[in-house]
Design a protein around this ligand. Structure first.
Ligand code: NAD
Ligand code: USQ
Length: 428
């Protein structure tokens, strides 16, 4: 079924709209003519203050962003500050806007952050699982026909020694067969929070007839979409430290500085990857082709798979074309994960809906290195080089050294954030 937007578009809540993916997504859907309500509790900015980390590319506040967007395009993104773990705030949002779709990015999304210590593990699972549960109840009670598009992760599956299907597997056991959720072997307390979410979503589709799309997304790279490039005030965040920065983004910053690329362990770790522009396209396809009532649809959202060694080689080759040599350094792996394994994950559903992938090539890598190169004086090399969290022993001396230090010189430093909650608040 294709859901055609009326002339005024669909009313869509974008939850986690202050984040790396959420902000470009809010603009993308606004440009397409949807009525976008951008929601975030700004927790991510406080986690940065807590860990002394920051976006390499300077980012504006949400009120500044939506104002600039309106000025440049004439389109309105409604901004609301709300915490998903506060049910009254969530319920208020649903009562006010009665959305036809919800795109849910609003979680603590770093595996290393969830492995710092007990507080961070508990916080991650409470924030993510209870936020999603609140959302499920609000949809059920206020707008049962609403389509939930939830960002899960490929890391829910882990790295099994069999092909990874899209959400479900047909199993024959002792002469009987069934189609069951694919087994999960997540690699961090963060990734496990996504498994718990998936189970809760699947359950509510069965018992309440919810319509849901669970997108098991691979690692996203890149920083430019059609909209972020319009003006520096519309830029999205770009993380490079070892807690929030993902592998390819970190390698591009390391390359821009001429530093060794930090491959953890043997580098055979293989994951699915996609360009941030394809994230925009995949979610738009899911929105325009909603799940049926009672359907818990699972799409594996990535376009290519690479090992860490392959990514490092691609970055190194891109620099070689400019006559530059790159050192690849295999450092001791702070994580507990297989470093040499079978990996073959299906990702056909989004292609069937019409996705045209932007494949990872040298042009993209060169453009990211070039863009981040403009901000190299903001990089603290320690944050770039040294992993600050170890899976076996938690936050290490780098974590302790940087906790509560704030961002680069000149940036606002506020009191350390508590792992707590904020109330709904309109800030436009
Ligand atoms: P991000 O950290 O940049 O953004 C997440 C946003 O959610 C932040 O702005 C944060 O303040 C907000 N948030 C967190 N908890 C909240 C709560 N309780 N209430 C309201 N807002 C809350 O993350 P991202 O990279 O944009 O990722 C978005 C989503 O996509 C996450 O769910 C993540 O797990 C998933 N994902 C990301 C990637 C990736 O490579 N970035 C890959 C796969 C899946
Ligand atoms: N790695 C390195 N060197 C680095 C950083 C990472 O070798 O400097 C390795 C890690 O050990 C891991 C792989 O790269 O094997 C991926 O790590 P990552 O930090 O790029 O990504 P990950 O921790 O898996 O998490 C990111 C997002 C998360 C999302 C996930 C998608 O932060 O929100 O869920 O990608 S997936 O990996 O498919 O689960």
């Amino acid at each position: 079924m294709t859901r055609e937007a009326s002339s005024s578009g669909l009313t869509v809540l974008v939850l986690g709209a202050d984040g790396y993916i959420g902000w470009p997504m809010a603009m993308h859907l606004s440009r397409l003519g949807h009525r976008v309500v951008a929601v975030d509790n700004l927790a991510r900015r406080s986690w940065d203050r807590e860990g002394g980390t920051y976006s390499l590319v300077p980012i504006r506040s949400m009120p500044q962003r939506v104002r600039r967007w309106q000025e440049l395009t004439g389109k309105t993104i409604l901004w609301r500050r709300a915490d998903l773990t506060d049910f009254a705030a969530v319920d208020q949002l649903f009562a006010e806007f009665r959305p036809e779709a919800v795109i849910h990015f609003a979680e603590q999304r770093s595996a290393p952050f969830s492995m710092i210590d007990r507080d961070h593990a508990v916080f991650t699972q409470v924030n993510n699982v209870s936020g999603t549960l609140n959302l499920l109840f609000a949809i059920h009670e206020r707008v049962p026909d609403c389509h939930l598009i939830k960002l899960g992760t490929m890391g829910e599956y882990g790295t099994p020694n069999i092909d990874i299907e899209e959400g479900y597997i047909d199993i024959e056991h002792n002469g009987r067969t069934d189609r069951l959720p694919f087994p999960k072997l997540a690699g961090s307390f963060y990734h496990l929070s996504k498994v718990h979410d998936s189970n809760n979503i699947h359950f509510t589709c069965r018992v309440w007839g919810m319509r849901a799309t669970d997108l098991n997304q691979g690692v996203v790279y890149g920083l430019e979409t059609e909209d972020t490039g319009l003006h520096p005030d519309l830029a999205t965040r770009f993380d490079f430290d070892s807690i929030w920065g993902t592998a390819l983004n970190r390698f591009c910053v390391q390359a821009a500085l001429g530093q060794p690329l930090t491959v953890y362990g043997q580098g055979g770790q293989t994951r699915g990857y996609l360009d941030i522009r394809d994230t925009m396209a995949c979610i738009t396809l899911a929105l325009e082709n909603p799940a049926e009532r009672s359907e818990c649809r699972v799409f594996n959202q990535f376009t290519e798979q690479f090992s860490i060694n392959e990514l490092a080689d691609l970055v190194s080759e891109a620099r070689e074309h400019h006559g530059l040599t790159t050192q690849i350094s295999h450092i001791s792996n702070p994580r507990v994960e297989l470093e040499d394994h079978y990996y073959n994950a299906k990702h056909q559903h989004l292609l069937d809906l019409g996705l045209k992938p932007h494949l990872l090539g040298e042009t993209l890598i060169e453009s990211v290195i070039g863009t981040v190169g403009a901000y190299v004086d903001r990089v603290d090399p320690v944050l770039l080089e040294k992993p600050s969290v170890n899976w076996r022993t938690g936050g290490n001396e780098v974590w302790r050294q940087y906790s509560h230090r704030g961002g680069p010189a000149g940036e606002v430093r506020t009191a350390p954030a508590r792992l707590g909650r904020t109330k709904v608040q309109a800030v436009v």
